[in-house]
Design a protein around this ligand. Structure first.
Ligand SMILES: Nc1ncnc2c1ncn2[C@@H]1O[C@H](COP(=O)(O)OP(=O)(O)OP(=O)(O)O)[C@@H](O)[C@H]1O
Ligand SMILES: N[C@@H](CCO)C(=O)O
Length: 295
């Protein structure tokens, strides 16, 4: 079985640990059940090649094992091949893609697997493995999602204006999400929380059907500034783009910078890509509306 799963951008500025957007850049995972008991063959091409482990600790394998455990059937042996296009530790949801991809792949490999591991159970397990739901929600559903934690995790997919696309500026080196989360304070001033709530609410409207509000709506008060020491060049690019009226943010936990645009082939997108800093890579991307797909 083969599944493909999209990159995602979380937070989108003020929507810390809640808002997420699926992007048209996909990892492809192919899994096969082997009859030889105890066999595990993992191969990786593209992002993470030569760096991620090729044993039971590989994130896709761990996620597949979690799914098999819920379903109650571990296969005798397993072969996994990953074709990775989502860069790792850049704020583009590589870990969520690995988790959602692994859970869905395992479910597809077991006849009737979706009867036991239904969509909600799968989403809960994915958010539990990741630790927060904002990337796994769009990786699973596609499009623009609002997620959070209550009695378990919840997620709602809402519409995204078809005029909207993005440009991502990806630095050569990454920052681990764990490191970026470690820079956040325990508490924030009430005034910042209130300002952030207003922008988050506006951002939902802006992404739904009012992109003219995106610049104001993407101003964050909860995390980007605290993370500046770990990614000064990214914050400098955000500042520079915003000063020129571009709705730019740090993607997820960074250090990728995401700028909203109006179509992958538009003049605005061409102008934005010309601003890619030396040594970084830049991708104009459409919004993915499919989420994870079993081929
Ligand atoms: N496809 C994959 N296969 C195996 N391991 C992966 C894969 N994707 C991510 N990982 C593991 O997760 C780590 C990156 O996760 P991390 O949460 O730090 O960043 P991210 O998911 O790319 O960014 P963000 O969560 O900010 O969007 C990698 O260094 C690797 O250990
Ligand atoms: N909301 C998360 C996204 C990265 O996984 C963060 O900013 O830490």
């Amino acid at each position: 079985m083969t599944v493909t799963v999209p990159a995602t951008s979380a937070n989108l500025g003020p929507g810390y640990d809640s808002l997420g957007l699926a992007l048209d850049l996909r990892d492809e995972l192919t899994g096969e059940v082997l009859t030889a008991a105890g066999t595990l063959e993992v191969s990786v091409e593209g992002a993470g090649e030569g760096r991620v482990p090729l044993d039971e600790s590989h994130l896709v394998v761990r996620s597949m094992r979690a799914a098999f455990e819920i379903i109650g059937k571990q296969p005798p042996g397993l072969r996994l091949h990953c074709r990775n296009r989502i860069p790792h530790a850049r704020g583009l949801g590589s870990s969520s893609a690995a988790i959602i991809g692994g859970l869905v792949l395992a479910r597809a490999l077991v006849a009737g697997g979706e009867l036991i591991l239904d969509d909600d159970t799968l989403f809960q397990k994915a958010a539990e493995i990741e630790g927060h739901p904002d990337n796994v929600a769009p990786a699973f559903h596609g499009g623009f999602t609002i997620a959070g934690e209550d009695d378990g995790y919840f997620s709602v997919r809402t519409s995204v204006d078809p005029r909207i696309s993005v440009v991502v500026f990806v630095p050569a080196t990454g920052v681990r999400t764990k490191t970026a989360r470690g820079l956040l304070p325990e508490t924030v001033p009430h005034a910042d929380a209130a300002a952030d709530a207003a922008r988050t609410a506006l951002l939902v409207a802006a992404l739904n059907d009012a992109p003219e509000h995106l610049h104001r709506a993407t101003r964050d008060f909860l995390h980007q500034e605290y993370r500046r020491p770990a990614m000064p060049e990214s914050l400098a690019l955000v500042d520079e783009l915003r000063a020129d009226g571009v709705a730019a943010i740090v993607s997820g936990a960074g250090p990728t910078v995401l700028a909203f645009s109006n179509g992958v082939e538009s003049a605005e997108t061409t102008k934005l890509t010309a601003r890619c800093p030396a040594g970084w890579t830049c991708h104009p991307l459409s919004i993915d509306i499919d989420g994870v797909r079993v081929l």
